[in-house]
Structures are given as structure tokens and as C-alpha cells.
Design a protein around this ligand. Structure first.
Ligand SMILES: [Zn+2]
Length: 134
């Protein structure tokens, strides 16, 4: 199973809750899930993994670089697999829906602005808070 390899590569022992949670993050339609989302999805799939375990495993996944945690304003922390390249996020303030985007112009401008200030860009997190047009 590929989850087992992923866990080993991340330096984590293969345990059933870890495999189940990693599988859920991998196959769920939602790419950005809170611990509660993961817990509920596992319950619906008939998997008996407690919420405290979900929290603990997600924190371990974050520490080992398997997932990225986002602390968007006004919501729970959400986690996504760290398997896709760099992208930025929009968060709907009404529904909490998370939309990913990448814009080459924005990326380039950020680098330029940083350099104009005499720095080099190490990392960035851009979050746009949005609302569906009426
Ligand atoms: Zn994302």
C-alpha cells in the first residue's frame, strides 16, 4: 500500500490510524480538511478513530512534513497533503470553502517587491478572504 511507504518515508511508524487518516486526506474530495472534517469522514466510512487521535496524528503529519496546516481567519485549522506544488488560497468568509490558485504575475511581483526592499523571498502565504458575488 502506498500509504505505508509514505509514512515510512516521513519517518513515521505504520499504524492503522495513521494509514486511515492519510488515506482519507488522499482520497477525500475536499483537499483542505479540519480535524473535525477528517473525524466525521472517517466515521461516515465506518472507521473507528477518535477525534483526539485525529488531532494527534495530524500534528505528527505536520511535524514530519506530510501535511501543511493553515490557520485561516475565522475557522478551524485546516490540513492538506503537502504533495502539490506552491499555491495560494482564497477562503469564502460565508461558507469556509477553500479555493486554491496560482498566479505567475503575483508570484513575480512579490519577489520584486521583496528585492526592492533589499531582501530575498524565503516563503510566503497569501490568503484572500472572499465572498460569492450576489
Ligand atoms: Zn491548498
Amino acid at each position: 500500500m502506498s500509504e505505508n511507504n509514505e509514512l515510512r518515508k516521513a519517518g513515521l511508524k505504520v499504524t492503522l490510524p495513521r494509514v486511515k487518516i492519510l488515506q482519507m486526506l488522499d482520497t477525500a474530495e475536499q483537499r483542505h480538511m479540519s480535524a473535525e472534517d477528517v473525524y466525521k469522514a472517517l466515521m461516515e466510512a465506518g472507521e473507528d478513530v477518535g477525534l483526539a487521535t485525529v488531532y494527534r496524528v495530524l500534528t505528527q503529519f505536520e511535524a514530519s512534513g506530510l501535511v501543511t496546516r493553515h490557520n485561516f481567519d475565522g475557522g478551524h485549522a485546516v490540513f492538506e497533503l503537502a504533495d502539490s506544488g506552491h499555491h495560494d488560497h482564497m477562503v469564502c468568509v460565508d461558507t469556509g470553502e477553500v479555493i486554491e490558485f496560482m498566479d505567475a504575475d503575483i508570484e513575480r511581483r512579490q519577489k520584486q517587491i521583496v528585492e526592492e526592499h533589499g531582501f530575498e523571498l524565503v516563503n510566503h502565504n497569501l490568503v484572500l478572504y472572499v465572498r460569492k458575488k450576489p
